[in-house]
Ligand binder design. Structure first.
Ligand code: SF4
Ligand code: SF4
Length: 442
């Protein structure tokens, strides 16, 4: 591991707008009368619901059990009664199954899981099972089950914690590292034990010097190294992070394990500490609620199932009319059409974009300026792929490696013709995946 991080190719420097919430300490959101918990909160198979209407539950009780290896369980955010099993607005603007818990106000924990305080001597397999049982996923936005990444089928020599938080506006990971540094570092050490490694590295963008300082105060105790990173979006993308810290390139179509690495988000690592040391499943997370239209942007610890409308209320409501509501950051987040969608395990941000910065442009023909090629961190050809998609030549876009696109949005950001490049690539990937599924069925 180099002491000087390498620069990955490309990337962009959007105005980060982090000052709106970076200095705001995490506040615990008050207990609500009810929570609407979306069932499918992980990449992979949705968990299988095991409660029915009328059941009483305690905080941390199982609501749904994992339904396969790439799946995680879901737990109750508070104690109360299962008052409905219905559909509610989901993060992709499609209705999704959810479980409504009407709170009893006691917020009493159930039996949950036994703490494993002597984690240094615990069986790594038992620790990994605990990560799975606690329902932990990639909390930076990916939602990929954490225990799956801890079961690589290739040799691993490096564990990296992703504390880059390179998306503009988001400061939830920053506040977590600053306020709960020990939890993050201890989580790194537990993850390292699971992988049979003697340490880990936490990568943090250099625009969070206070978080780097806090982490460094305790990192040595757990043989964890903290590495400052160049501020450049998308520094927190797995492949770019691995390259910056190790100089290794993940092959196209490959995974971090192909470069001997496992990458976990810092909030996921903190959730591992909660699961192992405190015996607590993942029922809450820190989320940034921000944007210029808000009266009081900040960071809150929300229970899963908290409606976005409540989050905006806590942030003081709006002072100017927003143009857009996003879940996540402005580069990779998803636009929402309902305030009833609720906080999930991977909700890193709730963002209101002001009218001035969300102007609607008309897409113009490509002028072949080459800017998109210059900024693409994956070294593919956005302009040509976009042309292939416009011509519905998805086979051609596949040959041009559209599947390697990490959907970072850097190309769309710099395109002077305002071409919907990222949307083209999402469409191409979906079409290619559908064609492959069809082929497999033959
Ligand atoms: S083509 Fe994909 S990876 Fe390259 S800049 Fe555009 S969105 Fe990012
Ligand atoms: S940045 Fe836009 S206009 Fe320039 S080459 Fe790429 S797609 Fe064409």
């Amino acid at each position: 591991m180099s002491d000087k991080p390498r620069k990955f190719k490309g990337g962009v420097h959007p105005n980060d707008s982090k000052a709106l919430s970076a200095a705001k300490a995490v506040q615990d959101a008050p207990l609500l009368d009810s929570y609407n918990v979306i069932v499918h909160q992980n990449i992979g198979a949705p968990p299988e619901v095991i409660v029915k209407k009328g059941d009483t539950v305690k905080k941390g009780d199982l609501l749904a059990k994992a339904s396969g290896f790439v799946s995680v369980p879901l737990h109750a955010p508070t104690s109360g009664t299962v008052s409905a099993l219905e559909k509610c607005p989901g993060p992709t603007c499609i209705s999704v199954p959810s479980i409504t818990i009407t709170a009893d106000g006691e917020d009493a924990w159930g039996d949950c899981m036994e703490p494993i305080s002597d984690w240094q001597n615990a069986d790594p397999a038992a620790l990994k099972q605990r990560v799975a049982d606690a329902g932990i996923v990639g909390m930076g936005g990916a939602g990929f089950p954490s225990h799956v990444k801890l079961s690589p089928n290739k040799p691993i020599d490096t564990l990296i914690l992703n504390g880059a938080e390179c998306e503009p506006y988001l400061t939830a990971d920053h506040r977590l590292m600053l306020e709960e540094a020990e939890k993050v570092v201890l989580g790194a050490a537990i993850l390292a034990r699971i992988l049979g490694l003697n340490g880990a590295t936490i990568g943090v963008e250099n625009n969070k010097p206070d978080a780097i300082e806090e982490l460094n105060k305790i990192a040595g105790k757990y043989n964890v190294k903290v590495q400052g990173l160049r501020v450049n979006y998308p520094q927190g993308a797995e492949k770019q992070l691995i390259y910056a810290l190790t100089g290794r390139e993940v092959p196209i179509g490959g995974l971090p394990m192909d470069a001997g690495c496992v990458v976990q988000n810092v909030a996921s690592a903190a959730a591992v500490t909660d699961a192992v040391i405190n015996g607590r499943p993942l029922i809450e997370r820190i989320t940034t609620v921000t944007g210029e239209p808000l009266v009081n942007p900040g960071n809150w610890r929300f229970r899963l199932g908290t409606p976005i409308s409540k989050a905006l209320e806590l942030a003081g409501g709006i002072k100017t009319q927003p143009a857009k509501l996003l879940l996540g950051g402005p580069m990779m987040g998803f636009a929402q059409n309902s305030l009833d969608v609720t906080v999930m395990k991977n909700t890193s941000g709730i963002l209101l974009i002001p009218v001035e910065t969300a102007s609607q442009y008309t897409s113009e023909p490509c002028i072949r300026c080459g800017r998109c090629v210059e900024v693409c961190p994956m070294d593919i050809l956005p302009a040509t792929i976009s042309q292939a998609v416009e011509n519905e030549r998805f086979d051609w876009s596949a040959q041009l490696n559209v599947m390697a696109c990490i959907e970072c949005g850097s190309c769309s950001y710099v395109c002077p013709s305002h071409r919907p490049l990222n949307q083209h690539f999402k469409r191409a990937k979906a079409e290619i995946a559908a064609a492959r599924r069809k082929e497999q069925k033959k």
